[in-house]
Design a protein around this ligand. Structure first.
Ligand SMILES: Cc1ncc(COP(=O)(O)O)c(C=O)c1O
Length: 357
């Protein structure tokens, strides 16, 4: 059977509605919508009232545009496919002064959002004086040769950490956008806040939108937040295919990866790292009939769990569940929420959507 990933569409819509709380939101749907499925997520988020989407990929932008012809679709990555961007009426990042100097002619008529590098510094303008150079150069062009400045944005790299660096990056960015105001420039999209920043601060001054990823899908960006604000929107389970009785010192698995330290019982479950379960996740527990049991070994297509008399063949073994949240394992150090999601292998897992309208 291998694993079953069950996504609850109704919960996804509810979560997307509740996290926004009425704040205009750009939904980050890159990497196949955090591996939930691009089309499923875009349609669910549209139903939740979202009309702006961001991705890194042209292919995904095209898919989004096919689903919704009046939403804003923002390309987070610099692109060189200018005709494609125009033909799909996409918005795109303007990632640096160097890029502008090289491509300003191709950018005519395109909606751009000026990117600030900040401390994240993956790309973006270093300072507002660089932006001014661009603005001044645009004024030397005929109006029909110019691009359309529709937004400004940056990405926070420290919003889920509490060591004071976030406050600095936030301050630098707020200083940066204050210059648009001084020039009397009203931008339609000013966005910087991921789930962590929005959870901490609400919508920041001078912003028009949040730009949320993981919170829309139902996981907490840092620990200590209330479970009710982040609905676990999916389950992942497989089933017990065998129960084996083990004597003390009996080995099991490759190279005896599990050796019983007493007479015990183990369940063989047909899900493994080949299905996308991270080895670090297998250092913890799983949920069978509402009770937690330790995973003791992970193989490509199997997982061994130490169990008791209450567990039988065919019982469901949950890796993720509302009582066994994805973010619990993030905070235990298994990997980022998105990292745990990204490894799900749809060539071997079965994906089921429930409460699909
Ligand atoms: C540029 C950018 N904006 C927003 C997000 C959303 O962040 P989160 O999933 O933490 O809400 C991401 C996620 O990686 C991102 O790369």
């Amino acid at each position: 059977m291998s694993g079953i990933l069950t996504i609850d569409r109704e919960k996804l819509v509810t979560q997307a509605k509740q996290i926004q709380g009425g704040t205009p939101t750009i939904a980050v749907v890159k990497n196949n919508a955090y591996n939930f499925g691009l089309e499923l997520a875009v349609r669910a988020f549209l139903e939740a009232g979202i009309t702006a989407f961001a991705t890194t990929s042209l292919k995904e932008a095209e898919t989004i545009r096919k689903i919704t012809d009046d939403s804003m679709v923002f390309l987070l990555n610099p692109t060189y496919e200018f005709d494609f961007v125009k033909s799909l009426d996409l918005d795109m990042t303007l990632p640096s002064l160097e890029y502008y100097k090289k491509y300003y002619e191709e950018l005519k008529g395109i909606n751009v959002h000026m990117e600030y590098a900040g401390l994240f510094n993956r790309s973006g303008f270093e300072s507002f004086s660089e932006v001014e150079e661009v603005l001044n150069h645009q004024l030397t062009l005929d109006e029909n040769e110019r691009f359309i400045i529709r937004g400004a944005w940056c990405h926070f790299g420290y919003a889920d950490e509490f060591d004071g660096v976030y406050e600095t990056e936030r301050k630098n960015w707020l200083d940066f956008i204050s210059h648009f105001k001084k020039l009397d420039m009203e931008l339609e999209y000013v966005h910087s806040q991921n789930t962590a920043s929005f959870s901490r601060d609400g919508l920041l001054d001078g912003h028009t939108h949040t730009r949320l990823g993981i919170g829309l899908y139902g996981s907490k960006p840092y620990s200590g937040l209330n479970d009710d604000l982040f609905i676990q929107t999916f389950d992942l389970y497989s089933k017990v295919v065998q129960i084996r009785n083990m004597d003390e010192d009996m080995p099991m698995g490759y190279g005896g990866s599990f050796v019983a330290d007493r007479k015990t019982k183990v369940a063989v479950v047909d899900i493994g790292y080949g299905d996308g379960i991270l080895r670090k996740r297998a250092a913890y527990d799983c949920l069978i009939n509402g009770k937690r049991y330790p995973i003791v070994t992970l193989m490509m297509s199997h997982m061994i769990v130490e169990v008791d008399e209450e567990v039988s063949i065919n019982d469901k073994v949950y890796i993720y569940h509302p009582e066994m949240r994805l973010d619990e394992y993030t905070f235990k150090g298994v990997g980022a929420n998105s990292e745990q999601l990204a490894t799900f292998n749809y060539n071997t897992l079965t994906k089921e959507i429930i409460h699909d309208s």
